[in-house]
Design a protein around this ligand. Structure first.
Ligand SMILES: [Zn+2]
Length: 680
């Protein structure tokens, strides 16, 4: 038996990670040992003289590295939530080891031949749906990494992959350098009229940092950029920062990204062709709920048809509003956010400070627990004997109505040094069935909410409330998982399906029946007033036509680059302007570009995938409407959602799961109604 603490069975409650006993120095040796254990298994699979079958190849591959999974998951969860220099340095050693091991496996010709042999006789194996999915996933992941190519093609495939990763880095470097290069320096305080005091303060301290002490400096970082675009009365400032932001990496100098975009899209196209796909989008979408580029295109066009009339009305409204307030000359792109904010305040008069007293953190947490109880019969028992990695973290035992263990649930809500920004759900242990035993998951949510002080509890803004519901929705997907194989369990689903459980739960936060369970003023105990809630709901739809158009323009541009042969693009700027023409209702600004700084698709993982933001909204609105028509706490609908979606993970194709839940394929009508783009 290994003597590394991370590799020995844990003697903690529910075999949870013994955080208090683990030292940082335990990780690297544990990773190395876990990799060598997994490598022994690889050799064993390859050396097996029996005919390749589902058990001795596909299931054996599935069970290749549970030790490595556990140690690396633990390590990277801490890396995100409770990091320090030691952990960050360790990550530089650990990451390459893991990447190397997983490349070794996916490029192993012997493993592929065995998997292929099983795949070729799949019809004769009598596999159930989940087993078939596991086989398909395993076979395809080999094929998609080039395992089926001849030696010459394999060489080219490797070259393309290497070039693509260099080009992506180059692309994002250029965007970053361009962002850092630009400073909007303001000398006179009177030029800052309209900008909120805390943004002005931030600009003053930014000025001191950047050797402009006594002045104010705004940058292209999101909060700084938005402060100017949304609030600066001085139009010239808005124009300057808008232009700087929209011409990033598009000035024809050494930081220009045009060539990078053209090379990246050309190489992606070539790689897809090598693997036998028509375009890069066909390659990507094969493993998405949307399946085909044509489906995405018609999905986007349908939304466009509905959003366009509303967006036109909104644009007319904002233009005449601006004129009324004295705007001279033509209404420009750098005017929109500014006048929209003013109009919104005039219409709704609702802001964060009015709502916060009703959303004490403890109450909101109590609220999501009640929702989980009413929908799925879950009960949360706090357990002080489960070890945690920081005193702010709390742990729960989650049981069902029969008192059976469903999951362990950790929550970690406050910012601190060593925790990254944002909010996310993660797991320390996935769910699976081994030798008939159902191993229950250990799920966690991590957020960055305002910490309580000695005089004031933690009070959430409404957007933080929806964030908590969102992450808790992901957590339910993890907690209620019930499949045989871990790689198909819980949130291991197609990429454009993973946000359904999270986004759908956000809808409950807008419902009075749900808010009445927990939203009371932390001092007066008064329930949240109904008219305040109505304002939140109404203001959420403010200028939704225009917002939709904006998202569509990104998604359509993404599809345009990736669902055709990019060598046809000879004039970069003309190509882009043509693609966004349908979604652009304001005067074109020459010399600007979206593509040149579109890091999501050229440096991140969103290529042929930007549509999934809207896709997920369509799913969640459509699913919630089904709940709503039967009552938001209807147990029958909840059971159906549990049985068809939450418990099934990625064991069945998402379109099939969704259709079973809803009785039909998803339709955008519910989203259009919810966002006020069609008559209610
Ligand atoms: Zn999410």
């Amino acid at each position: 038996m290994p003597d590394n603490i991370l590799l020995k069975p844990f003697s903690t409650p529910f075999e949870t990670i013994p955080f208090t006993e683990i030292k940082n120095s335990d990780f690297l040796p544990a990773i190395k040992e876990a990799i060598s254990i997994a490598k022994t298994r690889v050799e064993k699979i390859k050396a097996n003289k029996e005919d390749p079958n589902f058990e001795n190849v596909v299931e054996a591959l599935e069970a290749l590295s549970p030790e490595l999974d556990l140690v690396s998951t633990t390590f990277f969860n801490l890396h995100g939530a409770e990091s320090n220099d030691e952990i960050r340095n360790l990550a530089k050693e650990i990451s390459p080891l893991i990447t190397e091991f997983s490349n070794d496996v996916s490029l192993d010709a012997g493993l592929f031949q065995k998997t292929k042999a099983v795949w070729n006789k799949k019809e004769t194996l009598n596999l159930n749906a989940e087993q078939m999915m596991l086989l398909e996933k395993s076979y395809k992941s080999f094929v998609r990494s080039g395992a089926n190519l001849n030696p010459e093609q394999k060489e080219r495939f490797r070259e393309i992959s290497k070039k693509l990763s260099t080009l992506s880095l180059h692309f994002s470097d250029n965007v970053l350098k361009e962002s850092q290069k630009f400073l909007l320096v303001v000398d006179k305080i009177e030029d800052l009229k309209g900008i909120p005091a805390d943004s002005i303060e931030a600009a003053a301290s930014c000025a001191s940092e950047k050797n402009h002490a006594g002045k104010w400096v705004f940058t292209l970082d999101y909060p700084s950029l938005m402060a100017v675009l949304t609030y600066a009365d001085k139009r010239e400032l808005r124009e300057k920062i808008y232009m700087a932001n929209s011409t990033k990496a598009f000035k024809g100098d050494e930081l220009d990204n045009k060539k990078n975009v053209q090379e990246i899209t050309a190489l992606r196209h070539e790689r897809a062709a090598l693997l036998g796909y028509k375009t890069h989008a066909d390659f990507v979408l094969e493993e998405r709920m949307a399946s085909k580029p044509g489906n995405v295109t018609s999905f986007l066009n349908n939304l466009l048809d509905h959003a366009l009339p509303a967006a036109k009305r909104e644009t007319d409204e904002i233009k005449s509003y601006a004129k009324k307030l004295g705007l001279e000359g033509e209404f420009q792109k750098w005017d929109y956010a500014y006048y929209a904010e003013k109009l919104k305040m005039e219409k709704f008069q609702v802001d964060d400070e009015m709502l916060k007293p009703y959303f004490k953190l403890e109450n909101v947490v109590e609220g999501v627990f009640k929702v989980a109880h009413k929908l799925y019969g879950l009960n949360f028992k706090k357990r002080n004997d489960i070890p945690v990695y920081h005193p702010d973290v709390t742990a729960y035992e989650v049981v069902n109505e029969k008192g059976e263990l469903v999951s362990v649930f950790y929550q970690d809500y406050f910012p601190r040094p060593g925790k990254r920004n944002g909010a996310w759900m993660t797991s320390f242990r996935g769910q699976k069935i081994v030798n008939g035993k159902n191993i229950r998951p250990h799920v966690s949510i991590v957020c960055n909410f305002t910490k309580p002080t000695s005089t004031k509890p933690s009070l959430l803004t409404f957007s933080e409330v929806t964030t908590l519901f969102h992450e808790f929705g992901h957590a339910l997907h993890g907690m209620l998982a019930n499949t045989t194989y871990e790689s198909l369990s819980g949130t291991n689903v197609f990429w454009d399906f993973v946000e359904l459980p999270s986004q759908v739960l956000e809808n409950w936060a807008y419902e009075k029946e749900c808010l009445d369970l927990f939203a009371e003023h932390y001092e007066t105990k008064e329930k949240i007033p109904a008219d305040l809630m109505k304002k939140i709901k109404d203001s959420a739809n403010f200028h939704e036509g225009r917002n939709t158009l904006r998202q569509l323009s990104f998604a359509m541009l993404d599809m345009a680059w990736h669902s055709g042969d990019p060598s046809h693009v000879t004039d970069f700027e003309k190509f882009e302007k043509e693609q966004v023409a349908k979604t652009d209702l304001l005067p074109t600004v020459k010399g600007t570009s979206i593509s040149a700084a579109f890091s999501h698709i050229f440096a991140g993982g969103y290529s042929a995938g930007y549509y999934s933001y809207k896709w997920a909204e369509v799913l969640d609105a459509d699913a919630f409407e089904f709940f709503k028509t039967s009552g938001i706490f209807n147990r029958e609908v909840a059971k159906k959602f549990h049985d068809t979606v939450l418990s099934k993970g990625g064991s069945i194709h998402p379109m099939k799961l969704y259709t079973e839940f809803r009785g039909k394929e998803p339709s955008p009508d519910a989203l259009l109604r919810r966002s006020g783009l069609v008559e209610q």
